[in-house]
Ligand binder design. Sequence first.
Ligand SMILES: Nc1ncnc2c1ncn2[C@@H]1O[C@H](COP(=O)(O)OP(=O)(O)OP(=O)(O)O)[C@@H](O)[C@H]1O
Length: 232
Amino acid sequence: MQKIEITQLSKSYGRKEVLRDLNLTLAGNRIYGIIGENGTGKSTLLRMISGLARPSKGSISVNGHTTAEGRRSQVAYLSDQEMLDGFSTLEYQIQFHEKMIPNFQVNRVYEMLDMIKLPVDGKIKNLSKGHRNLFNLVLTLANPAPVLIMDEPLSGIDTNKKEDLLQLLSSFTLDEDRLILFATHEYDEIEFLIDGLVIIKGSSIAYFTEDLEEMRIEQGKTVQEIFKEVSK
Ligand SMILES: Nc1ncnc2c1ncn2[C@@H]1O[C@H](COP(=O)(O)OP(=O)(O)OP(=O)(O)O)[C@@H](O)[C@H]1O
């Protein structure tokens, strides 16, 4: 079973404290959404879990791996920044990923691109921003790492494509033992996708449930309503 354990985690940039004394355990074959206002530290947290940024204090374990290198071995990470060389073709990037990532699921890439109707013969720089985001997402999903961490994977993507993508994402945890954690501002759209929810506010975790469905049955609230209450 996949497991992320965060203990007494703090992060400061210079004198600015972004996250303070976070304790959080995410486990299982589940999809977790992480939400919070701009600048609350979501990307910072995701980068630290993925072994790409250093905590100031505390520890993070991903499937028992506590070093940055160990965590990187467990995680496929999708950044919210542009990562791909614009002058290369999609085909080149697919081949490059196949070479660099052990057991990269190249057939899956073509299946997904076919599904979202994205041709592979053009250059990355000629894609629209939404299509570039989609392509990045497809490459991340084809990485067989047990933990998928994504920063704003849905931003700039059309509503009709988003539905395909959300379906794709849920099929990933239905078929395989994977834990998915992603940051988003798209509260409405993730409502029926995520199993668990983390809300960050004022350097801390302001809300956490690993079973949103249970919360919905007990309290009858939407993600947006919970977020509004927590943000007051
Ligand atoms: N490398 C860095 N050096 C200095 N400050 C940073 C660095 N990265 C992030 N910050 C600061 O840390 C705070 C949290 O940033 P972060 O990007 O983690 O927030 P976020 O919740 O992901 O925001 P958004 O929703 O806008 O993407 C911000 O005030 C940001 O300016």
